[in-house]
Design a protein. Structure first.
Length: 57
């Protein structure tokens, strides 16, 4: 599947604090996991299946 860039605004001080405990790769992995959980929670199963099958063509 194709990927896209997502940009969000977040308080600089909080991001700097996070970076003291997590590197950028870990933060990206965590954010991807959160987005995946949101996707699975909110997108109906039949739509998820249709998207998955379209990606396998």
């Amino acid at each position: 599947m194709k990927t896209t860039l997502i940009q969000i605004y977040y308080e600089l001080e909080k991001l700097e604090a996070l970076r003291q405990y997590r590197n950028d790769a870990e933060l990206n992995a965590d954010l991807e996991a959160v987005l995946q959980a949101l996707y699975e929670k909110n997108v109906p199963a039949e739509v998820q299946e249709r998207i998955e099958s379209a990606g396998n063509i």
